[in-house]
Design a binder for this molecule. Structure first.
Ligand SMILES: Cc1ncc(C[n+]2csc(CCOP(=O)(O)OP(=O)(O)O)c2C)c(N)n1
Ligand SMILES: [Mg+2]
Length: 793
């Protein structure tokens, strides 16, 4: 698109240019109609964005502040992308575009939302206040303006990119897709995060044409001007991952000088200069710049460079030398337009910028945490031409800027939600004999695969689909690929038929737990972004939950809803050894918000928990599910007979499996409660029998969800108290699980009785199961010992 400063009267489609919309829809495509837009207006808008974002942070740091803590707000990081954001939000964005903004650019982002009429002006004054605008864009907290959450370096942009895959998945399965394009902005140092490259290595991501990244190459991180090698590698790294790279290195003023005599030498000088030296140059007084630039690294005068700069007065040099492409609006608009043109693969714009652009601390290596002083803000206000008392003002409705903004294409808004997918309440699967919860999970999914409700389910695994029992599902539903692929093994039947096509419903990833969680988050957000609800289920080995924990946290925080089935778990996986035995995951399950941790003991419980969770996800009113499963086969005859009460108790977090109160010679002074999670119910029952031989009366409670039981303590009549009878007030507690004891450690305190919490409190190791249970003190003997200690019997 060519931007011309054209204010005159030619008309398009019968309206004067000053009134004509800057976009039009032809069929399903939106065209940015502006054959001529007013660049001067855009420049003025960008100045206002810079002022408002700087003022907003200044205000946040100077308003009455009861605890005196520094509020912060990243004026420099925000200023760095003001030009890019202006080009996007005041020209390039179409109604189908969603944006994951660079997290530290939130002030500029909020200023823009205000100027575009999406955010009440009064909210700007609430930046970083309780209940106000969040420090980093959060769709959980400010859903009215934020498309996609960002904050923890690297995660937001990657989840946005996986959202593009989720949208493509929907289209391939006949649902309306959308949004049409996913734009993610990242800082240059943000790309140090390994999860970015972990994601870009995933094959389908290199072929998603609806993805555009914009890297804010200001050559600065939090602490420093970054090493040059990093910046120089960027282009090759993206190209190696199949991306189209567009560079915005210098602005048009410098490019013009480069074309003059001596200009190529100047270019070389600037482009070979280490980043720190360039930043030093930018911080120099105007008078010192020419000499520094025209002096070669060896100390000789470079006559060519001197000649190239000859026409510029000293005080014109700072602006010229700082003329990087990421602040040159026409160049940015051209790059955005160019990115549009070829949509067969993702594109990235590497935009060189100045951190703190337009502010007193521009390019200062330590500007990350700087905020304007009172004297600086007065100077800026005057420089921006903002009258005193008008600091928060938007554009007058009669102004050219306001008229221009009215002509812009509307920004993306959330689509209407299509009806929620149905989920059966029960499958009435027969579960008999000895069976593990992992096996039950595979059975339930296999049965679901034969029912129409399964149409909303999508499974994901990071190279452990086979060992986490997804085979039955995959055999029925196939593996998702962007195009159909032939299967060279089709004539040689395999345990898993790896049929890849756009209709497949299992997405297989490389061994990358960050990708697993971010993709689950993205698939779990399609209800909000596309209007079509998916029911995502991801599987991984439980010990590797912490490997992707930060991504899991982000996926939940960003609003994704999904199921994680983690198996095998605990030291029960005996011979596999400590590297594969999960110990701390139950505590993670209890602690993570919006993530219900369940660890069922019996097969039917797996069915109920999974279906209940899928129904809640479908209805968008429930939490995500963390289903911690086991490889140990458990005798299903130990389970209570199916009933509504049993199901209800399982979903509330636990039930009483064995009631000692009916025993002959029952004596409440010789009673103990054993609370056991998951497969250790077997040890609990065995211990209860052994205790009975000593006339110690043990009740066994199955804790299906330590998490629900714990959080249930805050309601008026906690489920835990309901489980225990009023006649059992003094009965002490032994708890046991295959994981850190801590996850059930709250029970005694909640009931106000002595409690011994058994669990695994060290790294695991190889061995036979009985040896390990004995060694870590979670076998029946250990339970008996704990009960006797508590009762002093
Ligand atoms: C995972 C993570 N680690 C550390 C931080 C702290 N942090 C915030 S900004 C920043 C530097 C960001 O540099 P860059 O991405 O280049 O952004 P810029 O501010 O230069 O635009 C760091 C380390 C963070 N937010 N997230
Ligand atoms: Mg940076």
């Amino acid at each position: 698109m060519l931007i011309k400063n054209n204010k005159a009267g030619p008309t398009i489609y019968g309206t004067t240019i000053a009134e004509a919309p800057l976009w039009r829809r032809v069929g399903s495509r939106i065209y940015l109609g502006a054959m001529a837009t007013d660049l001067e207006i855009l420049e003025r808008i960008q100045q206002r964005v810079l002022w408002l974002s700087t003022w907003m942070v200044h205000h946040a740091n100077t308003r009455p502040n009861p605890d005196g803590l520094k509020v912060g707000g990243h004026q420099a990081s925000s200023a760095s992308v003001v030009s890019i954001l202006t080009a996007l939000y005041f020209n390039a964005l179409r109604p189908g575009d969603v944006v994951a903004t660079k997290a530290h650019a939130s002030p500029a982002f909020y200023a823009i939302q205000f100027l575009r009429g999406r955010l009440d002006g009064a909210r700007l004054a609430t930046l970083r206040e309780f209940g106000g605008l969040q420090a980093y864009p959060s769709r959980r907290k400010n859903p009215d303006v934020v498309d996609l959450s960002t904050g923890s370096m690297g995660l937001g942009a990657v989840m946005a990119t996986f959202s593009a895959l989720a949208s493509r998945f929907l289209l391939d399965h006949g649902a309306a897709g959308g949004p049409e394009r996913f734009i993610a902005m990242v800082g240059d140092a943000e790309l140090d995060e390994g999860n970015v490259w972990e994601a870009l290595g995933e094959e389908p991501l290199g072929r998603l044409g609806d993805v555009l990244w914009i890297v804010d190459v200001n050559r600065q991180s939090l602490d420093r001007v970054v090493p040059d090698a990093r910046t120089r590698q960027l282009k090759d790294l993206f190209v190696a991952h199949g991306w189209r790279v567009l560079e915005l290195r210098w602005g048009r003023s410098l490019e013009r000088v480069f074309r003059r005599p001596g200009g190529e030498r100047l270019r070389r000088r600037l482009e070979t200069m280490p980043g720190r030296e360039y930043h030093r140059l930018l911080r120099m007084p105007a008078g010192a710049m020419r000499k520094t630039l025209a002096t070669s690294p060896e100390g000789a005068l470079d006559a060519d460079v001197d000649r190239a700069l000859a026409d510029f007065a000293d005080d014109a040099l700072p602006a010229l030398v700082a003329d990087v492409g990421g602040h040159d609006l026409p160049s940015i608009l051209d790059a955005l337009d160019e990115a549009e043109r070829e949509r067969g693969r993702p594109a990235v714009i590497l935009a060189h910028t100045i951190k703190g652009w337009g502010l007193p601390f521009a390019a200062d290596p330590l500007n990350h945490t700087m905020v304007t002083s009172p004297a600086q803000i007065i100077e800026l206000r005057e420089a921006f031409g903002i009258p005193l008392g008008q600091e928060w003002a938007g554009f007058d409705p009669d102004s050219e800027e306001a008229a221009y903004i009215r002509r812009l294409a509307p920004l993306w808004t959330a689509p209407e939600r299509r009806p929620a997918p149905a989920v059966p309440r029960t499958l009435d699967e027969p579960f008999e004999g000895a069976m593990s919860t992992q096996e039950a999970f595979g059975r339930v999914l296999g049965t679901l695969a034969r029912r129409p409700e399964a149409d909303a389910i999508v499974t994901v695994s990071a190279d452990v689909a086979v060992t986490t029992h997804l085979a039955g599902w995959i055999n029925r539903k196939g593996v998702y690929a962007l195009e159909p692929r032939s299967d060279p093994f089709a004539d040689a039947p395999q345990a898993i038929a790896w049929r890849e096509s756009p209709t497949g419903r299992h997405i297989e990833l490389g061994i990358a737990e960050h990708n697993l969680f971010l993709l689950l988050g993205a698939l779990g957000l399609t209800a909000e972004l596309s209007g079509t609800t998916l029911l995502p289920i991801g599987t991984l080995y439980d010990p590797f939950v912490p490997r992707g924990l930060d991504a899991l946290y982000h996926a939940l925080y960003a609003g994704g809803r999904f199921v994680v089935a983690a198996t095998p778990s605990g030291i029960t996986l005996s011979p596999e050894g400590g590297a594969h035995q999960s110990v701390i995951t139950p505590s993670i399950g209890v602690a993570l918000p919006q993530f219900a941790y369940f660890e069922p003991a019996f097969a039917r419980e797996v069915e109920w928990i999974l279906l209940d969770s899928l129904a809640a996800i479908a209805a968008r009113d429930g939490e995500s599910l963390y289903l911690r499963l086991s490889t140990r086969a458990v005798d299903q005859t130990l389970a209570p007979p199916p009933s509504d009460a049993y199901r209800d108790a399982v979903l509330r977090g636990g039930y009483r499996l064995r009631d000692a109160r009916g025993a002959a010679r029952y004596d409440s002074e010789r009673a103990v409660h054993i609370f056991a999670a998951g497969v250790l119910v077997c040890e609990a029952v065995e211990a209860a029998r052994a205790l009975a031989d000593r006339d110690i009366f043990a009740n066994v409670f199955v804790v299906t969800s330590p998490d629900r039981l714990f959080r249930g303590l805050r309601v008026p009549r906690p489920w835990l108290e309901t489980l225990v009878g009023a006649d059992e007030e003094e009965v002490p507690v032994v708890s046991v699980l295959d994981g850190h004891s801590h996850a059930l450690g709250f029970i005694g305190g909640a009931l106000g009785v002595p409690h011994m919490a058994l669990g695994v409190e060290d790294f695991g190791q190889s061995g036979a199961r009985a040896d390990l249970y004995r060694h870590y003190g979670i076998d029946a003997n250990a339970i008996v010992g704990a009960a006797r200690t508590l009762l002093a019997l």
